[in-house]
Structures are given as structure tokens and as C-alpha cells.
Design a protein around this ligand. Structure first.
Ligand SMILES: Nc1ncnc2c1ncn2[C@@H]1O[C@H](COP(=O)(O)OP(=O)(O)O)[C@@H](O)[C@H]1O
Ligand SMILES: [Mg+2]
Length: 297
């Protein structure tokens, strides 16, 4: 909506996990390297955790691009609120297994055959599970058993699980001890530090066609960091709303006053937030525009 006004070629702050916009902070770089190494080294389980909006799904998308490019077979399970029966159905569907009915025994048989065939061709197979903190214990147990399938060369199925910090706690449970022992690589995504938030915003603006952006001045960038607490998803929502507000006011530069408005409308809370004074005068005319909210997932 505002792209043309700012001379941008595309929306810089879409909430989709688009690898084209990947900002390689050291921790994102390392986590992605771990995901890739974990699959390639055929050692078993890799786990990625982080708070909501820190970039887990984005890194999984990058991993998927890598796997496609390298002709590595994989299946992805995005909906982790499933029963064991549904889990096997999803496996059958996503790996395109030929089964009469997608019941556990048949799926396991077909999967094993497929895995051996792929391994014979010198290739590996991966199973990617997002939002893994939602997995039920009995599904986790099935996943652990899938991780046991092996040939003489090593594990047949490389399993990548991403999820919120609750996943770490789940994996610490005594009944998952065996699964935990099999995790070869574990990474955690933390919120950005201030200089990373600045680089992140600049990098997204650059990828959308504006190198050396001046829309967000330095003092505003620092303030966006404080209010977003360095969470990429929140940074995106704030910046998108700021661009929308600036556009509505026909201003090519966003301001801290606009940020106050945006954060108020987003009902955003952050540490050290002053109580908002009820002012009679609005700091600037309120644009009559629909503000995008934080979105889910
Ligand atoms: N390193 C990054 N580079 C570019 N965009 C990122 C990065 N980390 C997070 N994002 C963006 O932040 C938003 C939330 O990321 P997402 O991967 O959905 O987080 P999570 O899965 O951890 O909840 C998305 O718009 C995503 O593109
Ligand atoms: Mg996600």
C-alpha cells in the first residue's frame, strides 16, 4: 500500500517467514548451520528452540530451500497438535508413500522401504517438525522410534524439531531421556541485541529496494528496539505500522510520536514503559487507517 510512496519494490516487513529476507545475525547463521549439518551428518535429532517470533520457522524455510537444492528428501509437519494416527497419516501423505490405508504398521513398512532405497542411492531423508512444543507424549514417543531406524551407514531419518522454550522443558522429562540422548545439536534463538535490531531493519529495507534508508532515523531505531524487545516479529509489525502511518501523513520520515501512536494501537507493553498521559491535543492528526496487528503463529 505504501511501497510506491517510499519508492520500495516490495513490502519490507511482511510477517511471512520468507528466506529472501533472511538477516544473518551470528546466532541465526549458527543455528542454520547446525540444522544443515545435523541433517547432512546423519546423526539423528536436531532441535531449535526460541520464543515466539524469533525466526524459527524462517530458518526451517531456509533449511527446506537447502534440502530442495541438494535433492534431499524431506517431509514437514507444521500442525503438531495431532494424534499418533494423524501423525502417521501426515507422514504417508508428505512422503508420498504408497499405502492402502495410512495406518501405523503400513506407513512404517512403506517408510522403512523408502528410507532404505534413498540411503542405497547415497542420499538422506529428513523429517521437519515445527511448533514441536505442542507434540503429545505419545507422538513424541513415535518420533523417538522413527529416529531409531538405521542401516549400517547410520540413521535413516534425520529429525529436525523446532519449538518454543517449552519444548526444551518437555525434552528434559524423564520419559524422553532416550530421545534427549540422541539429540546431536541443539540451538536457541534469543531476541536481537540493539545493533542487530538496527542492522535487521536496515537489511529488510535494503532488500525491499531502499539501501541507506532514512525513514527510520537512529534515535527511532533505538526506541523500536526497546519497545519490540528485539523480537523480529514485533519489529516487523511496528515498522509496517510506522510506514503505514508515515504514508498516511505524507511524511517520508517516521518519528517517535508516530511510534507512540503505533504502540498504543498495538497495545504493546515493554519494560520501563511510562504511563501514557491522557493528552487533550493529539500530537498529530490520526490517520484513519487500518493498522495491522501482530498476527498469530
Ligand atoms: N533472521 C531473520 N531474518 C529475517 N527475518 C526474520 C529473521 N528472524 C525472524 N524474522 C522475521 O520475523 C517474523 C517471525 O519469524 P518466524 O520465523 O515466524 O518466528 P517463529 O517461528 O520463531 O515464531 C517473520 O516475519 C520472519 O520473517
Ligand atoms: Mg514459527
Amino acid at each position: 500500500m505504501y511501497e510506491a510512496f517510499f519508492g520500495l519494490s516490495r513490502n519490507p516487513f511482511k510477517l511471512s517467514p520468507d528466506p529472501a529476507f533472511l538477516y544473518r545475525s551470528p546466532q541465526h547463521e549458527e543455528a542454520l548451520a547446525n540444522l544443515i549439518y545435523g541433517v547432512q551428518s546423519r546423526k539423528g535429532f536436531v532441535v531449535l528452540t526460541g520464543e515466539v517470533g524469533t525466526g524459527k520457522t524462517t530458518l526451517l524455510e531456509c533449511l527446506r530451500d537447502f534440502l530442495v537444492y541438494h535433492h534431499i528428501e524431506f517431509a514437514t509437519i507444521f500442525n503438531s497438535r495431532v494424534t499418533p494416527a494423524e501423525f502417521f497419516e501426515m507422514i504417508a501423505y508428505d512422503f508420498d508413500l504408497r499405502v492402502e490405508k495410512p495406518a501405523k504398521t503400513e506407513v512404517l513398512f512403506a517408510l522403512n522401504q523408502m528410507l532404505i532405497q534413498v540411503a542405497d542411492e547415497g542420499r538422506t531423508t529428513a523429517l521437519i517438525i515445527d511448533e514441536a512444543q505442542n507434540l503429545d507424549w505419545d507422538v513424541l514417543e513415535e518420533i523417538r522410534l522413527l529416529g531409531n531406524l538405521e542401516s549400517r551407514e547410520g540413521k535413516l531419518l534425520q529429525i529436525v524439531m523446532a519449538g518454543q522454550p517449552e519444548l526444551d522443558r518437555k525434552l528434559d522429562a524423564p520419559n524422553l531421556r532416550q530421545l534427549k540422548q540422541r539429540i546431536v545439536l541443539r540451538s536457541t534463538l534469543l531476541p536481537f541485541k540493539e545493533h542487530e535490531t538496527v542492522e535487521y531493519i536496515n537489511s529488510r529495507m535494503e532488500k525491499a529496494g531502499m539501501p541507506d534508508q532514512q525513514v527510520f532515523p537512529p534515535e527511532l531505531l533505538a526506541e523500536i528496539h526497546t519497545r519490540s524487545q528485539g523480537i523480529p516479529r514485533v519489529i516487523n509489525a511496528i515498522c509496517d505500522n510506522l510506514l503505514l502511518t508515515a504514508f498516511a501523513l505524507e511524511s517520508r520520515v517516521a518519528s517517535v510520536e508516530m511510534l507512540d501512536e503505533v504502540c498504543g494501537d498495538m497495545r504493546l507493553e515493554w519494560p520501563g514503559r511510562r504511563r501514557r498521559q491522557e493528552t487533550v491535543d493529539e500530537p498529530f492528526p490520526r490517520p484513519q487507517l487500518f493498522r495491522r496487528d501482530l498476527g498469530g503463529g
